[in-house]
Design a protein around this ligand. Structure first.
Ligand code: AMP
Length: 402
């Protein structure tokens, strides 16, 4: 079998294309960066060789293919490049939002898979077209090179029907695929494996609650390596309070707003882009740092946003503790989970009620991967940094090695 050493990871969004080139044999990041504002006059490219300084420049990137071409030119550039020729790339791994029920694991892309991905567009109308566009651009620029799709939903495909079906008549699931899918699966998967490694155990021996807390946030209950439940739903709007998303609310809020005269798009925009910490905090920011600094200054709306964030998180962690029948570990990851000691500190008192005794001193001072609970805590609290790109590269290698 041919050796798979050099893997390019692509995360193609509506106006951006992020990339990371790995030597997966040594798990070394060779280069990374992104092209942003694709299609606009002021498209910008950020390029970083290894762990070196970031270089930025304005570029002409009218579409994703043009952006990818710029990336490939940088990768083979005699001065800043990291490979001599594009022939050195062995495979490309793509972040794909939605695998529906068709894709329960990462998959080598062929014409059939491409046709199935296109059928999944209604489940992710904003993300799927650019995800598919990224694969098409790679097929053009790297003809014949294998593309592997790694799905945000795949890790959650183990949820039982009792957890992932909504209590509405079955025909809506049959007709439209309406059910809970869950997202951030690549991160929850990475963190599950990394937690097991950190604890010196197998995932099959552990009950874990993984908290991916960033601008988008989700929690998963992972029993013996398989997801039992997760907070996001048909779309990433459900669950905990996020940077700009409301998370859970009574669905009748939507009908009420529609009856009050808002359009579907306006309600969609309100709940996805103008709610959460941004909508409640009153400090014109979705960044947890701004919410916390304003809450500390006594801004009531920022305090309320932080209290709501904590309330919903404790609510789900408590529920997952019960669903799992106890937990070995609660794991923090994502921008907030990894970096905000102050946000984690708001959870200490209530986590103690389920036997997770976080040490305030360790919480305030340590950086992941680390343990922040007291030695005699029944449930261990950990910070485990996530690395979705590395997970995509590993999955790509695993698919290619089959
Ligand atoms: P992510 O979506 O995982 O990249 O997380 C982004 C979010 O992490 C930002 O919006 C911030 O709210 C939060 N964040 C990042 N660094 C810090 C920090 N040092 N302290 C508090 N929050 C942080």
């Amino acid at each position: 079998m041919e050796k798979i050493d050099i893997i390019l990871v692509i995360n193609s969004g509506s106006s951006s294309l992020k990339f990371t080139l790995y030597n997966i044999e040594t798990e070394t990041k060779l280069a990374s960066g992104l092209v942003e504002r694709i299609g606009a006059d002021n498209a910008n490219m950020v390029y970083r060789k290894g762990d070196g300084a970031k270089e930025e420049q304005l570029v002409a990137a009218p579409d994703h293919s043009a952006a990818l071409r710029l990336v490939t030119e940088a990768l083979v550039d005699p001065a800043k490049g990291v490979i001599k020729s594009l022939d050195e790339v062995d495979a490309i791994g793509h972040r794909v939002l939605h695998g529906g029920e068709i894709f329960k694991s990462s998959t080598l892309v062929d014409a059939d898979v491409m046709a199935q991905l296109k059928k999944l567009v209604p489940l992710g109308p904003l993300h799927m077209p650019p995800n598919i566009g990224g694969i098409e651009a790679c097929e053009k620029i790297f003809p014949g090179l294998p593309n592997v799709a790694v799905f945000d939903t795949a890790f959650h495909q183990t949820m039982p029907k009792s957890a992932c079906h909504y209590a509405i008549p079955e025909e809506y699931y049959q007709k439209y695929g309406i059910r809970k899918y869950g997202f951030h699966g690549t991160s929850h998967h990475f963190v599950t494996l990394a937690t097991a490694e950190y604890l010196g155990k197998k995932p099959e021996d552990l009950k874990i609650i993984t908290c991916h807390l960033g601008n988008g946030s989700s929690i998963a209950a992972v029993k013996y390596g398989k997801v039992l439940d997760t907070t996001m739903g048909l779309t990433p709007l459900a669950g905990v309070v996020m940077g700009t998303r409301s998370g859970d609310l009574d669905p009748a809020v939507v009908f009420t707003l529609l009856r009050e005269g808002m359009s579907v798009d306006e309600v969609d925009n309100l709940l996805n882009k103008k709610s959460g910490l941004l909508g409640v905090g009153g400090v014109n920011s979705n960044d947890m740092r701004d919410i916390i600094s304003n809450a500390e200054k006594g801004v009531e709306s920022a305090k309320l946003a932080l209290d709501m964030w904590t309330h919903r998180l404790v609510f789900y962690v408590g529920a997952y503790y019960a669903l799992l029948g106890g937990a070995d570990a609660i794991v923090f990851t994502g921008g907030i989970g990894e970096n905000s000691a102050a946000a984690r500190a708001t959870l200490i008192e209530q986590f103690a009620a389920i036997g997770c005794d976080i040490d305030p001193e360790l919480n305030a001072t340590l950086r992941g991967p680390c343990t922040i609970s007291k030695p005699d805590s029944k449930v261990t609290a950990l910070i485990i940094p996530t690395d979705e790109e590395l997970m995509i590269a590993k999955e790509t290698k695993a698919v290619m090695s089959k």
